[in-house]
Design a binder for this molecule. Structure first.
Ligand code: FAD
Ligand code: NAD
Length: 475
């Protein structure tokens, strides 16, 4: 392989591999270095997202949802199945197969785009010189480029006195690879991972207790949505304990004993497994040599400007290792934008319209501002909403819970935020993102023909309701 490139990307997650592909499409001679090793001992580009994040969690969410429906919902349809059982190792094997197909796909894309891939650790020195230490322990190699893109991702945060051991006290990787359903699963942090992976194991039969430090539930979402979500998850049997501080956890005779403090004082709970998911932090270990010129912020993130330029000339950084939401699609779009900027094209990301999705059942999705944010900012707005309980398709499919809520500027009617809790919220949010990206108004969505019967009619009705003219609900 060559030792001089136009672009070297360090990190092959959804930020890095997408940046590399876009750079190659633009005619730039590109290399990508990624150190992740798959279960088969081979390179597995795709980062956290493909290997131990977005994709495997969704595979398990889907498997566990089928099992749950089989046990609890199909009888309503007249479908009776006796003695349903779940083979956890088969479920994990299927998940691993999905992961392998996708990471293999990234390797093929690298080949197809003539990107040189290095399986190993890359570290940046002065003058955009990168040292590659191969994963197989071979000799280090030095390569250089006119531009280097850092895309090293993130790792889970740990909390004091609760040490990960990979068996009893686990992070997302452990929770995606359990070999049997724990009878009692403790989860520290009722955030996105806690809710998604807590749901997986709850559906498979665990008693799941989520210990959340904050007094409010899911404060990142709009309050109407969080309230409804708390009700739904409570009905499903997820035991969410707010205002609970975990002081320590230790493994005693094959059980995890957690000491916690809440409004009633100190107490202990015992679990079979404890999942710690209290957020993630930028990962830059071994990434930067002395003299690289790349500065870090106090929180460990790589310091970048609005166009992802670091403090070193010709060095860029994207994805989870920099500011902004830790989301795969945000990382990828930053990767595309940086590759285009390097190629001399104009590129820009509109962070205000990055959608969020939580893949629980019902799903939660939003884009733009919450009602509280608008109030805090003193923005005058109108609000419309529509419940899925009045949507024909939702009822026909047996998923009549949840709602769509739309917030629009009082004067201009521009949509400022859309918040959805319900089946397929992850897909429904897209038309709202598109409308907001074009600075569209609720009136624009209200005048667009939506197919009947579809869940998207709830978005249409919420838009109509902003103007007090929803058809299928009182205004
Ligand atoms: P990463 O995906 O972390 O990739 C970084 C890569 O760089 C890794 O392979 C790492 O090994 C490698 N690397 C690091 N340092 C070096 C080095 N020095 N040399 C070589 N290689 C290096 N986001 C969503 O949008 N939707 C979801 O549904 C979703 N689900 C998630 C579920 C879970 C359980 C988790 C943990 C995360 C989830 N996320 C989701 C978040 C998403 O995974 C991240 O936002 C995304 O992966 C960030 O992409 P990235 O490219 O910045 O970093
Ligand atoms: P999170 O920030 O979503 O949730 C962490 C939760 O832990 C918060 O509610 C926080 O108040 C709580 N917490 C923090 N310290 C605590 C303590 N000491 N004791 C008890 N609770 C504590 O973080 P996460 O769930 O670890 O996920 C990390 C990130 O990964 C997410 O923020 C998101 O960016 C990404 N992710 C995205 C998706 C998705 O897009 N569907 C899925 C999973 C993860």
């Amino acid at each position: 392989m060559s030792d001089k490139y136009d672009v070297i990307v360090i990190g092959g997650g959804p930020g890095g591999y997408v940046a590399a592909i876009r750079a190659a499409q633009l005619g730039l001679k590109t290399a990508c270095i990624d150190k992740f090793t798959g279960k088969d001992g081979k390179a597995a580009p795709g980062g956290t997202c493909l290997n131990v994040g977005c994709i495997p969690s969704k595979a398990l969410l889907d498997s566990s949802k089928h099992f749950h429906h089989l046990q609890h919902d199909y009888a309503d349809h007249g479908i009776n199945v006796k003695d349903a059982s779940i083979d956890i190792s088969k479920m994990i094997e299927r998940k691993d197969g999905v992961v392998k197909k996708l990471t293999g796909g990234v390797s093929q894309l690298f080949k197809g785009n003539k990107i040189d891939f290095f399986h190993g650790t890359g570290s940046l020195g002065a003058g955009r010189k990168v040292t590659v230490n191969p994963a197989d322990g071979g000799d280090a190699q030095e390569i250089t480029a006119d531009n280097v893109i850092l895309a090293s991702g993130s790792v889970p945060i740990s909390i004091p006195n609760v040490a990960f051991d990979g068996e009893y006290i686990i992070d997302n990787e452990g929770a995606l690879d359990l070999t049997e359903t724990p009878k009692r699963l403790g989860v520290i942090g009722a955030g996105v991972i806690g809710l998604e992976l807590g749901s997986v194991w709850k559906r498979l039969g665990s008693e799941v207790t989520l210990l959340e430090a904050m007094d409010s539930f899911l404060p990142v979402a709009d309050a109407d949505i969080s309230r409804q979500a708390a009700r739904e998850f409570g009905k499903q049997g997820l035991d969410i304990r707010l205002g609970t501080l975990v002081r320590s956890a230790s493994v005693v005779d094959g059980e995890v004993v957690v000491t916690l403090e809440d409004k009633d004082g100190e107490s202990q709970l015992t679990f079979d497994r404890l999942l710690v998911c209290v957020g993630r932090k930028a990962y830059t270990e071994g990434l930067l040599q002395d003299g690289s010129g790349v500065e870090l912020l106090d929180n460990g993130q790589i310091k970048v400007d609005d166009h992802s330029r670091t403090t070193a000339d010709g060095v860029w950084a994207i994805g989870d290792c920099v500011r902004g939401p830790m989301l795969a699609h945000k990382a990828s779009e930053e990767g595309v934008a940086v590759a285009e900027l390097i190629a001399g094209k104009p590129a820009h990301i509109h962070f205000d319209t990055v959608p969020w999705v939580i893949y629980t059942d019902p799903e939660i999705a939003w884009v733009g501002k919450t009602e509280k944010q608008l109030k805090d900012e003193g923005v005058a707005y109108r609000s419309g909403s529509f419940p899925f309980a009045a949507n024909g398709r939702a009822l026909a499919g047996g998923s009549g819970s949840g709602l769509v809520k739309m917030l629009a500027d009082e004067e201009t009617d521009e949509i400022l935020g859309v918040h959805i809790i319900g089946t397929n919220a992850s897909e429904l949010i897209s038309e709202c993102v598109v409308t907001m990206e074009f600075q569209g108004a609720s009136e624009d969505l209200a005048r667009i023909v939506h197919a009947h019967p579809t869940l998207s009619e709830a978005v249409h009705e919420a838009a109509l309701h902003v103007d007090g003219r929803a058809i299928h609900r009182g205004n």
